[in-house]
Design a binder for this molecule. Structure first.
Ligand code: PLP
Ligand code: COI
Length: 366
């Protein structure tokens, strides 16, 4: 069923790219996800035919019939990854193979066809090559890639679609949070809404998870917080993750803890990379449940020294304060902790090609 009929992309330069001076202006300080490049990659899938019409060409609109399945039943998945400017002027992706595999897992959960890993990799690499002038070089900036797949069959029956569009767009980005890259954030504990239940889609990267998180995120914003943290849907006590990031805790003995991957949280690639880097440094990392009440007690007793959020968009962001209907506490002195800063530097230096890459995570594109 998933037979591939075309395994190479056709490549066509945008005949009307953004003029260089305008691009330079846009690259100065792009807000997250507001400025887009000149190109996009697209691949179509049709049941019985497989993947076809693979190309990278000018970015443009996707004509959509009002009965297109994704508009009604949200059969949609996406990825988030970054290309970095290297010290010699080259460009590299960070662990794109891990994004390709997670995209396949998300596709499986949403009853969508699996895009072969080599086609995923070709699509992101060729897009980065064509849009190489759009990779910013400022500290903390990168080219964010957004691969996604939608059900394009025109039909209202509730069933897996027979046609899909895979697409990759790109945008130059700086810090995700308004306060900048190293400012600590305040997070809101949602005790009204949950993000994912056992057996649901919590470990898939599908748009529906984010739609379901928006009301809780809006509540967080109303309460003066930057992000929401979700608790488990069964006992409403175990910390799961933030709306768009995983979470780590740092203890007085220098050990780290992060919630385990039990199916309701997204297996973050930054999370996995930080676990590896921390263990490389000789630190102890536990993947064990941690309750919200314990978090408050440990922050107040001083046993918990630091906490941070992590993800492709957020990189490593210190958590300074936690608020909720039943919780209100500060972590450490409310700023960025020593270990948080050290781990972030280790990751960022590696991603930007300024530190050794012992795990071969960088995928040099040009
Ligand atoms: N959790 C959620 C809900 C996310 O949206 C993200 C961001 O992609 C993450 C965690 C972190 O994943 P990654 O490190 O792969 O970007
Ligand atoms: C990412 O970090 O890539 C994400 O998808 C989360 C973002 C939308 C906040």
């Amino acid at each position: 069923m998933n037979n591939v009929v075309e395994s190479t992309l056709s490549i066509e330069q945008n005949p009307n790219p953004v003029p260089a001076a305008e691009r330079a202006r846009l690259l100065e300080s792009p807000a997250f996800g507001r400025v887009f490049t000149d190109h996009m990659a697209t691949i179509r899938y049709t049941e019985g035919k497989g993947w076809h019409d693979a190309k990278v060409g000018a970015r443009g609109v996707i004509p959509t019939d009002p009965a297109t399945q994704v508009l009604h039943y949200a059969q949609e998945i996406f990825e988030g990854m970054k290309a970095y400017r290297l010290p010699d002027g080259g460009g590299a992706l960070f662990r794109p193979d891990a994004n390709a595999r997670r995209f396949q897992n998300s596709a499986k959960r949403l009853a969508m066809p699996a895009l072969p890993e080599d086609l995923f990799l070709q699509s992101v690499r060729e897009l980065v090559k064509l849009d190489r002038e759009w990779i910013p070089s400022g500290e903390g900036s990168a080219l964010y890639l957004r691969p996604f797949m939608i059900a394009t069959e025109v039909a209202l029956g509730v069933k897996p679609a027979a046609e899909y569009l895979y697409c990759v767009i790109a945008c130059p980005v700086g810090a995700y949070f308004k306060g900048g890259a190293s400012a600590a954030v305040t997070i809101w504990v949602s005790d009204t809404y949950t993000r994912a239940a056992p057996g649901g889609t919590g470990d898939a990267k599908c748009g529906g998870n984010y739609a379901a998180s928006l009301l809780a995120q809006a509540e967080a914003t109303r309460e003066g917080c930057d992000q929401v943290v979700f608790l488990d849907a069964v006992e409403r006590r175990w910390i799961e993750e933030l709306g768009g990031m995983n979470v780590f805790f740092v203890f007085e003995d220098g050990s780290l803890q992060t919630p385990p991957l039990t199916g309701t949280i997204l297996p973050g690639i930054t999370r996995d990379s930080l676990i590896t880097l921390a263990r490389d440094m000789g630190l102890t990392v536990r993947e064990e449940p941690y309750s919200i009440d314990q978090w408050q007690a440990d922050a107040q007793s001083g046993r918990l020294r630091e906490a941070f959020a992590c993800g492709t968009a957020a990189v490593v962001t210190p958590i300074g304060k936690v608020k909720g209907h039943k919780h209100n506490f500060t972590i450490g002195d409310g700023g960025a902790g020593v270990l948080t800063t050290k781990l972030k530097a280790a990751l960022v230096e590696l991603q930007n090609g300024r530190a050794p890459d012992p795990h071969s995570w960088l995928d040099r594109v040009f």
